[in-house]
Design a protein around this ligand. Structure first.
Ligand code: HEM
Length: 451
């Protein structure tokens, strides 16, 4: 039986005078800080900042209470204020009633109905990349997974082919999300007052996104509304929202739909380079199921190993490594009191490595996601897509996409180490890596029907 969070720890409150050192510790290396706090203070720690308190919650029971059972009592206020400088008021940053309406209006874009069409797009781009890779040589997998995921999401959701400008788009998004503080200052203080080369790159990146939005709208006018895609759903309700609604939602879906995916795919392929038995298992399954042909939607139930690889990558390096929520009204979480205006923090990264819920959590082991395996031992110890009303709207689509992409790439290539395989992770707005990631790819065989 899984025990609940340590009750002794739940009342611990750190004295105010120690607060600056805790803030500095978290700013320097948040993951190391959260791990140390859990070891020293247990599943719950309260940092008193004077004007607000931050409750660091490190047990899945707290996650269940905050994300699902008492979700109405928490909102994404801080995230909205910071990230909306880039994304505006799309689904990721909207709050309360506005969020509920947007979520309902967009739901049609992520339903299973269109998955057959999506499969063709997904494998088309994966095979395009395979054709560009050498028969045997190094490739920059981080850059290629970025290119692949941005191209797939742009075509699936908006019917535009951005393959040739994918790197520029990705660079723009990466610049904006890495320089999120610059973006906030630029919008709050004004570009003229603080014009520096750092802001120039922010302004250039915003222009790249603006060009993308214009292109998506032009394409929509050319093709009409059939078959419906995400933009059809956005434009149908545009009149009920703020003037920039269509722009904000297009940029939100582009950013949310590719950054996370690019990181997870890169991490998965990097892991394969150092886990030969896991790679052999995948090759054996792909050869048996596909017999050299391009995977389709019908193969998905049989392609279990690429999905397990993806899930294990999300466990070991979740792109959404931390969630923060503001307390909307005075409340209690499992007997612990929180006041309106306080913040709570949950870290999927640490829950995914908690040995109370995972067997040998530091080991990379995709089989732990086999249907017969019983991991984790707590349903809220694995939160790559979050849970509850703010969970990822595209979780099923992401798993579908990743299965087909990894199946296509692994069917055609083996992945071997090239250069440094020990990547340092950078916990920013989403999880990043400290440098580009390389692998040596060696061609196995091309599918029979690829040109
Ligand atoms: C590896 C793939 C993905 C991961 C790990 C992931 C993870 C997440 C997480 C953790 C959240 C909740 C964030 C929070 O509560 O602060 C989220 C929300 C969201 N994701 Fe994903 N995501 C992935 C792929 C996608 C894709 C392909 C799309 C498609 C456009 C997408 C669109 C969104 C949107 C729009 C939200 C906001 C939902 C809401 O607030 O109602 N994500 N995602």
């Amino acid at each position: 039986m899984v025990s609940g969070p340590g009750k002794n720890e739940s009342t611990k409150r750190l004295p105010g005078w120690r607060t600056p050192s805790f803030v500095l510790e978290a700013a320097r290396d948040p993951i190391a800080a959260f791990s140390r706090w859990r070891a020293v203070h247990g599943d719950l720690m309260v940092v008193d900042l004077g004007w607000t308190r931050v409750h660091v919650l490190q047990h899945p029971d707290y996650a269940r209470a905050v994300l699902v059972e008492k979700a109405d009592g928490f909102d994404k206020w801080a995230m909205r204020h910071i990230v909306s400088q880039i994304l505006g008021r799309g689904l990721l940053t909207s709050l309360g009633r506005e969020h509920k309406i947007q979520r309902r209006e967009l739901a049609g874009s992520f339903g299973g109905r269109d998955f057959t069409r999506y499969a063709t797009t997904i494998t088309k781009y994966a095979e395009r990349l395979c054709r560009e890779w050498p028969v045997d040589g190094p490739v920059d997998i981080s850059s290629d997974m970025g290119r692949l995921s941005v191209s797939v999401i742009a075509e699936i959701l908006f019917d535009v082919d951005v393959w040739d400008e994918a790197l520029e788009l990705r660079h723009a998004i990466d610049t904006l999300t890495r320089r999120i503080l610059d973006v906030v200052v630029r919008h709050r203080v004004g570009a003229l007052a603080y014009k520096t080369s750092r802001f120039d790159s922010v302004i250039d990146s915003e222009r790249v996104l603006a060009r993308f939005v214009t292109r998506v709208k032009q394409r929509h006018q050319e093709r009409g509304a059939q078959p419906p895609n995400a933009l059809t759903h956005i434009l149908k309700h545009e009149a009920n929202h703020a003037p920039n609604y269509a722009r904000d939602q297009i940029v939100t879906l582009l950013v949310a739909g590719h950054e996370t995916m690019a990181h997870a795919l890169t991490w998965a392929l990097l892991a394969l380079t150092t886990h030969e038995p896991e790679q052999k298992r995948i090759h054996a399954e792909l050869d048996a199921v596909l017999k050299g042909r391009t995977p389709t939607e019908a193969d998905i139930p049989l392609l279990t190993t690429p999905l397990q690889l993806f899930m294990e990558s999300l466990r070991t390096s979740p792109p959404g490594w931390v969630f923060s929520r503001r307390v909307v009204r005075d409340n209690e979480i499992l007997g612990h009191e929180v006041k309106a205006g306080d913040y709570v923090i949950l870290s999927p990264y640490l829950l995914h490595r908690d040995d109370r819920f995972w067997i040998d959590p530091l080991r990379f082991k995709p089989e732990r996601f086999a249907v017969t395996a019983n991991e984790p031992s707590h349903p809220f110890a694995f939160l790559p897509f979050s849970m509850g009303p703010r969970a990822c709207i595209a979780a099923n689509m992401a798993k579908f996409e990743a299965t087909l992409l990894l199946a296509t790439l692994c069917q055609q290539f083996s992945f071997l180490p090239h250069g440094d395989t020990q990547q340092e992770e950078l916990p920013r707005y989403t999880m990043k890596m400290n440098s580009n990631v390389y692998a040596r790819v060696v061609r196995r065989h091309a599918p029979q029907d690829s040109t």
